[in-house]
Design a protein around this ligand. Structure first.
Ligand code: BES
Ligand code: ZN
Length: 444
């Protein structure tokens, strides 16, 4: 195995699941491993405490005559459940069919380490970097980066830079270098409906008291019309329409046709807002999603019970110029207004992140495009993204700097799902890409 793959395997073995407090020590150990790696490369690397998981900052020696590039990544990962659907254990990386299989292989450890190893290679080859570099790695991206905005505000003076680069997004097809110029935002909330003081016999009391599980279903149903449009009052007020040039450009992007969406999802059919392709629906239109729903008896066979409570977890994907706080206020109003009678409703507001869009033809955008061309040998494809990286718009708000999204995640990487994987060739291309990127950004 190459030393690069050995590093990646070591990195992947940390179960750095940010959402689970039982893994807090593993998240910290993973940050510690990174510090060691970055210091061995000759960078100054420091671990910064936050109220939860640490931030890692590393730098080379800065010179006033060079561009400053901030590279961001996250070393935390999503939970692994359902564990029984993994072919091999999620934190015991393995290579099969040219791909690395492990939680975090693509999202984001593989892509993040490609940044690190691209820098290491450049340092080895040239003794120094053509730019001033700041690495900023966090351990809380998968829980909405709750402490990073405060960290940025506090350390603003140490993070002054000209441009930010991130590999934590998608690539439309193998070998097709992809520049992302937009991300959807996100806003989460959870609803609990409470009925009788305990689970009841559904024969003795059913029909006489409201059933919280039925009420949850009605509440969920109130969110969309039959064609998939969101019915929350004012939900679409601030949605920026798609532009003609991007619709035309996206129509020619390989790997994202409706047929491709059907194939990669294994779904029996597509469904979404009328008048848009799947790519347009996911990259440029907002949604309301149920991420989890429950209540009542879940065991084998039937149990005639009228549950005492039921819940649903929602997330809303947002597009420019929707504001997460405004959307959550509108959603809460809708949920309270549509809550069926006879149950008590509690709405708990969760994390959020703003949507982002940037000009892909700016001077830094063009530099990123030529780096992609150098690494992949093909004309780069320009897309927006359906996923969210909450800190990206915050970088713009606090540091005043735009972000280049150089994605290496394939549609079938199974990020957030069992059997997450990352092609070895993407890892290697990512290392080349980062070497080229430093050169191209230095020349802007
Ligand atoms: N890397 C993903 C986001 C992503 C993946 C964007 C592929 C575009 C293409 C990121 O780690 C992620 O999953 N973000 C979460 C954020 C949330 C938990 C606040 C998301 O989008 O669900
Ligand atoms: Zn993720």
């Amino acid at each position: 195995m190459t030393p690069e793959l050995e590093d990646l395997f070591s990195f992947l073995r940390f179960p750095s699941v940010s959402t689970d407090s039982r893994n807090a020590g593993d998240v910290r150990d993973c940050a510690g491993w990174l510090i060691g790696k970055l210091q061995r490369m000759g960078l100054t690397a420091e671990l910064h405490e936050t109220p939860k998981h640490p931030v890692v900052i590393a730098k080379n020696a800065h010179r006033p005559d060079r561009k400053t590039v901030l590279i961001y990544g996250h070393y935390d990962v999503q939970p692994v459940d359902p564990l029984n659907l993994w072919t091999t254990p999620p934190f015991e990386p393995e290579i099969r069919h040219g791909r690395i299989w492990a939680r975090g292989a693509t999202d984001n450890k593989g892509q993040m380490l490609a940044h690190v190893l691209g820098v290491e290679k450049t340092l080895k080859e040239h003794g120094e970097l053509p730019v001033n570099l700041i690495f900023l790695f966090e351990g809380e991206e998968e829980i909405g980066s709750p402490n990073l905005a405060a960290f940025l505000a506090e350390h603003k003076d140490d993070l002054i830079c000209d441009v930010i680069a991130i590999s934590d997004t998608g690539m439309v097809a193998p070998g097709m270098g992809t520049l992302g110029y937009g991300l959807r935002g996100i806003a989460c909330c959870e609803v609990k409906l409470t009925g009788p003081e305990r689970d009841l016999h559904s024969g003795l009391f059913g029909g006489a008291v409201a059933n919280p599980a039925t009420a949850v279903a009605r509440l969920v149903a109130s969110l969309h019309d039959a064609d998939g449009r969101v019915l929350v009052d004012g939900f679409y007020d601030d949605v920026r329409p798609l532009e003609d040039w991007e619709r035309e450009m996206w129509a020619k992007v390989p790997g994202v046709s409706d047929a491709d969406f059907l194939k990669v999802t294994g779904s029996p059919g597509l469904f979404g807002e009328e008048g848009y392709t799947s790519a347009e629906r996911t990259w440029a239109r907002p949604t309301a999603e149920v991420n989890g729903i429950g209540g009542g008896y879940q065991g084998e066979g039937s149990k005639t019970v009228l549950p005492a409570e039921a819940f649903v977890k929602f997330s809303f994907r947002l597009v420019p110029d929707q504001d997460p706080a405004d959307i959550l206020a509108k959603v809460e109003k809708h949920l309270r207004a549509h809550c069926p009678p006879g149950v008590k409703i509690e709405v708990e507001i969760g994390h959020d992140g703003k949507p982002y869009v940037v000009d892909p033809h700016s001077k830094f955008g063009l530099a990123a495009q030529s780096a992609l061309k150098m690494a992949f040998g093909t004309e780069p494809v320009l897309i927006r993204e359906g996923g969210s990286i909450p800190i990206v718009q915050t970088f713009r708000d606090i540091l005043g700097v735009d972000t280049l999204l150089l994605g290496l995640a394939l549609a079938d990487a199974q990020i957030h799902s069992p059997d997450e994987n990352f092609p070895v060739e993407n890892f290697e291309a990512g290392i080349r890409l980062n070497q080229a990127l430093l050169t191209e950004l230095a020349a802007v």
